[in-house]
Design a protein around this ligand. Structure first.
Ligand SMILES: CCCCCCCCCCCCCC(=O)CC(=O)SCCNC(=O)CCNC(=O)[C@H](O)C(C)(C)COP(=O)(O)OP(=O)(O)OC[C@H]1O[C@@H](n2cnc3c(N)ncnc32)[C@H](O)[C@@H]1OP(=O)(O)O
Ligand code: NAI
Length: 313
């Protein structure tokens, strides 16, 4: 335990600057350019890495580029408030480091690190990683940003299990400071160290997680969210009052229903179904009629303009 702490402190000291590059990694491919992938591509490019951002179509990729530019405009306004020219150059340099593509092999063949942020569906992740395993150099490290699936289960699709770990980011990625770095029983120490170094090089605070359900944050957050939805479904309180209560009474930045809208109802449903399947005997984890209904109606939260709340102007 003591030597682990010493190694972490050495890594932290060598990566105290948010723009320091990780020497093991030069090029990063981020697959999935939605809510999470766009943020991951942004913070990675801001730290100086070349980034390939992959999605299934140009519509998704163009939307991601717009999101990244808006986010950079927000953050640089404060960072360079007295030097607007620097802000313009910072945004341009960051955007120039991101190459978008619908061809997964374009980046995979050249990247040292691949971060998967596609839909929370085990079959989709297996299909992707089994393809990546064939086309990527055997030195390339694979990671998943899954919120709820075991990393080892995703890694079943590849032969390089020693080079497979978890990088779990938080939404919104450019703002949330935490990065959970997950080690399976087969992730090598060298791979794990490189992932910790990458996390620090992009300015995140890393925590070390075993491949246990929900890692650290979601193991505590998900049961709370389930309880909130059940409380609303029982009619104990309105969802608006539950949100107000948790913000003003517990100091949370968002109430649970605002957070579900922020995460996305489709992703939430994947998480709910996954936890229910994993813990069939646990009464905490049950389906929600309300969430199923909202998803069926296409009310996916902020991303679609409506979820529990309405975001349309
Ligand atoms: C029975 C069924 C039950 C179902 C339940 C199951 C549910 C399971 C859900 C689990 C989901 C798990 C998902 C996951 O794996 C992990 C997660 O990511 S969990 C989510 C974590 N995130 C949060 O908790 C976010 C909480 N909210 C906040 O911290 C703030 O509200 C937020 C920062 C989003 C916005 O802050 P706010 O003050 O409200 O707004 P401002 O607009 O003023 O922004 C503040 C500050 O931040 C800057 N900023 C905001 N967004 C961005 C951005 N995208 N890019 C750049 N900068 C941004 C903004 O400019 C402000 O900066 P200043 O410098 O202060 O001006
Ligand atoms: N939404 C959230 O708050 C968080 C989500 N996560 C996890 O991150 C992952 C992504 O979630 P979001 O970004 O919210 O989803 P999203 O739905 O916003 O984005 C997913 C993107 O992946 C693309 N995609 C799907 N299959 C693909 C494939 N085979 N190849 C290339 N692109 C593909 C989709 O077109 C879409 O643009 C999920 O595993 C989720 O559990 C993790 C932390 C927080």
């Amino acid at each position: 335990m003591a030597s682990k702490l010493v190694i972490n402190n050495i890594i932290k000291r060598s990566f105290s600057s948010t723009s320091a590059l990780n020497r093991q990694i030069n090029s990063v491919t981020v697959i999935g350019s939605g809510l999470m992938g766009s943020g991951i591509a942004q913070v990675t490019a801001e730290a100086g890495y070349s980034v390939y951002l992959v999605d299934q179509n140009d519509t998704a990729l163009n939307k991601a580029l717009k999101t990244i530019e808006t986010s950079l405009t927000r953050s640089t306004k404060k960072k360079f408030n007295k030097e607007p020219d620097h802000a313009v150059r910072y945004i341009k340099d960051t955007m120039d480091r991101i190459v978008t593509t619908t061809k997964v092999d374009a980046g995979a063949e050249k990247s040292d690190l691949i971060i998967e942020a596609i839909v929370e569906n085990i079959q989709a992740k297996h299909d992707l990683f089994s393809k990546l395993d064939k086309i990527s150099p055997n030195t390339t490290i694979f990671t998943s940003n899954t919120s709820s699936l075991p990393i080892a289960e995703i890694a079943e699709a590849v032969s390089r299990k020693d080079k497979f770990g978890g990088l779990h980011f938080f939404n919104p990625v450019p703002v949330m400071k935490l990065l959970e770095v997950i080690k399976t029983h087969e992730t090598s120490d060298a791979t794990y160290r490189t992932l910790l170094e990458y996390g620090l090089s992009i300015g995140k605070t890393t925590v070390e997680c075993k491949d246990t359900p929900g890692f650290i944050v979601n193991r505590l957050l998900v049961p709370y969210m389930f309880e909130a939805v059940k409380m609303y479904e029982r009619g104990d309180a309105s969802f608006q009052d539950i949100d107000t209560a948790m913000k003003l009474g517990a100091g949370y930045p968002m109430g649970p229903f605002e957070l579900i809208d922020y995460v996305g109802l489709d992703t939430t449903k994947f998480i709910v179904d996954g936890w229910k399947k994993r813990f069939p005997e646990d009464p905490t984890f049950q389906s929600s009629v309300v969430i199923d209904q909202l998803v069926a109606e296409g009310r996916l939260g902020r991303k679609s303009g409506e979820g529990f709340y309405n975001y349309k102007k």
